[in-house]
Design a binder for this molecule. Structure first.
Ligand SMILES: Nc1ncnc2c1ncn2[C@@H]1O[C@H](COP(=O)(O)OP(=O)(O)OP(=O)(O)O)[C@@H](O)[C@H]1O
Ligand SMILES: [Mg+2]
Length: 252
């Protein structure tokens, strides 16, 4: 992969919490429009790696490039502007939705475009309605989170992130808290975004979805990339015993 192809590039990123090394020299390039499934055992550093991309977590050494913007390791100067630009390009969706409980679905979605991006209310509402329709919730704009199912809440959360018009979505186990049928409706939305050219980095235990939808599977274990490649190779013929073990346990 040439440098110019990459939209997100981790260059030898290292992160420790106290004595515990959590990212141990991660180098990884992700192309614009690529769907990457990030797998690996609990505690392997997957969430930490995602969080470094939009600066929810700093790091000790290395660098991360997102488009033309560069995040340097902790202490390397003022990065406020880079962080602001990167957060415009990269949205994040969480396992527990993180919706505002006191706001309706529609109000959750217009919040950031109006108050962070300064969009006029009428335009923000129009975009929010279009996004609710896109995630199959056109008829629920006035529902509060407590009146929605887990799958519906997660789809509102995705719509809320999309309202800031990111080119990349980071998804941290966004279907893990959902029943199988509700998982399916959220995965359908991801599939639609993928076909539309969104860059997706998904931490997931949905091996079936990774096999079908990911361009590449990356296995992170002990803060290092253990292996990476096309789903058919990593999932069906893993090179490492540790990957084989992880897949057996996940599929059991
Ligand atoms: N804020 C923190 N302070 C101290 N240690 C942390 C912190 N956040 C994460 N860790 C540690 O870093 C390691 C990696 O955590 P991380 O959440 O990135 O793993 P993960 O691969 O996402 O795991 P899981 O599959 O269970 O979500 C773990 O050992 C965890 O305990
Ligand atoms: Mg995690």
């Amino acid at each position: 992969m040439s440098e110019t192809d990459s939209f997100i590039a981790f260059d030898n990123v290292r992160k420790a919490f106290g004595e515990r090394v959590v990212l141990d020299g991660v180098t990884l390039s992700i192309r614009a429009g690529e769907t990457v499934a990030l797998l690996g055992p609990s505690g392997g550093g997957k969430s930490t790696l995602l969080r470094t991309v939009n600066a929810l977590c700093d790091f000790d050494a290395g660098a991360i490039c997102v488009g033309p913007h560069v995040l340097e390791s902790r202490g390397n100067g003022n990065q406020t502007e880079a962080v602001r630009q990167i957060r415009r390009l990269v949205g994040m969706v969480f396992q527990d939705f993180q919706l505002f409980p006191h706001l309706t679905a529609l109000e959750n979605i217009v919040e950031a475009p109006m108050h962070v991006a300064g969009k006029p209310r009428a335009a923000a509402v129009e975009t929010a309605r279009r996004l609710l329709e896109r995630v199959g919730l056109a008829d629920r704009e006035n529902a509060y989170p407590s009146q929605l199912s887990g799958g519906q809440k997660q789809r509102v959360a995705i719509a809320r992130t999309l309202a800031m018009e990111p080119t990349c979505l980071l998804c941290d186990e966004i279907t893990s808290a959902l029943d199988p049928e509700l998982k399916h409706e959220v995965l359908e939305v991801l599939d639609d975004l993928r076909r539309d050219g969104m860059t997706l980095i998904l931490v997931t235990h949905e091996i079936g979805f990774a096999r079908r939808a990911a361009d590449r599977v990356v296995v992170l274990c002990g803060g290092r990339i253990l292996e990476e490649g096309p789903p058919s190779q990593v999932l069906d013929a893993p090179r490492h015993e540790r990957t084989r073990q992880f897949l057996e346990r996940t599929l059991a």
